[in-house]
Design a protein around this ligand. Structure first.
Ligand code: ZN
Length: 239
């Protein structure tokens, strides 16, 4: 298994931010109103979510710096309302919000000392984590949603070391939840495999690392297959 570092996560935040920005600036007002690859969300919803997420992760960075608890979102309703409100903004307002929030988050992260990175904060899912985990949380958002924006970026365009770290993360969460089928995840293009704890004898799923990542992340567009080319088992949600 690979161990990701804070430097890895920050590099992936920068990469994913770049991918999202390139995607957003390629879209006009009409394109922004079109569906994203996430059910029920237009690209405007997704852009608003990405910008609001940068602000929310920024709250955790402030918490780590000051010691004063500042949660990501004041409530789950507030999080949902902000996305709905954001989806009524114009394409240029959303692109600017994305840019400004991402830049502010990067500067805030640059300013943390090693002791502040080690400070504990609470995520929106209620997990207590060191602040050094927050760049990984943000990297997941910008990388996966760069695909979800539906402008042609695929999982195969994401760096292999990020995909490996993401599969490791998802496998850990799915194994802890034990709410799906047991799996042996065997990429054809990587000398690594993962086991997912779950119901029944482990089903081997094969495919490219990118395709298996998309499958495990619950995305529809993937090349994961079960034994003898059968459809890979359906999975419950992971986040
Ligand atoms: Zn998200």
């Amino acid at each position: 298994m690979t161990d990701r570092t804070l430097a890895d996560a920050r590099r992936w935040v920068a990469h994913g931010t770049h991918l999202c920005r390139d995607a957003l600036v390629s879209l006009d007002e009409a394109d922004f109103g079109q569906p994203s690859l996430l059910k029920g969300w237009t690209r405007k919803h997704l852009a608003a979510h990405l910008a609001a997420n940068a602000d929310a992760v920024g709250n955790l960075i402030r918490w780590a710096r000051t010691g004063e608890p500042t949660p990501m979102y004041s409530s789950l309703e507030q999080r949902a309302d902000d996305i709905e409100d954001g989806a009524r903004k114009s394409a240029s307002e959303l692109t600017n919000w994305f840019d400004q929030s991402a830049t502010a988050l990067g500067s805030a992260m640059d300013g943390l000392t090693p002791a502040q990175w080690a400070a504990e904060v609470l995520t929106a899912q209620g997990r207590t984590v060191p602040a050094s985990e927050t760049p990984w949380m943000r990297a997941r958002e910008v990388m996966i949603h760069a695909v979800d924006l539906g402008t042609g970026v695929g999982f195969a365009d994401l760096p292999a070391d990020f995909l490996t770290a993401l599969v490791t993360d998802i496998v850990g969460k799915r194994s802890a939840a034990v709410d799906g089928p047991a799996l042996l995840v065997s990429p054809s293009d990587l000398d690594l495999s993962w086991t997912v704890a779950g119901a029944g004898d482990a089903t081997e799923v094969t495919g490219s690392l990118a395709g298996l990542t998309a499958y495990l992340a619950g995305r529809a567009d993937h090349d994961a297959r079960g034994p003898d080319g059968a459809r890979a088992p359906d999975l419950p949600r992971w986040l």
